[in-house]
Design a protein around this ligand. Structure first.
Ligand SMILES: [Zn+2]
Ligand SMILES: [Zn+2]
Ligand SMILES: [Zn+2]
Length: 77
């Protein structure tokens, strides 16, 4: 067995299997979404892998804004 090592996608901690290895610029990724940096919000082949959220389109700013708004409205009343 040849070990390709960990997926090079930031946040992805899955071993790259020979079957599904995507090699891009000398780095081995576990799946196509990882190799493309999840640029289209595509999910890691490993369901629930944190790398999808880490590298996908950021929605954190919106939710953080909602929290701040809630605090403000609470303070007013
Ligand atoms: Zn992953
Ligand atoms: Zn990966
Ligand atoms: Zn990934």
């Amino acid at each position: 067995m040849t070990d390709m090592g960990m997926c090079a996608c930031p946040g992805c901690e899955h071993q790259v299997s020979n079957d599904q290895a995507i090699v891009s610029e000398g780095l081995a990724f576990c799946c196509t979404p990882c190799a493309t940096g999840h640029s289209e919000g595509s999910e890691c082949i490993h369901a629930g892998c944190p790398c999808t959220e880490l590298n996908g389109p950021a929605e954190d700013e919106e939710s953080a804004g909602d929290e701040i708004m809630e605090k403000f409205s609470n303070a007013q009343f």
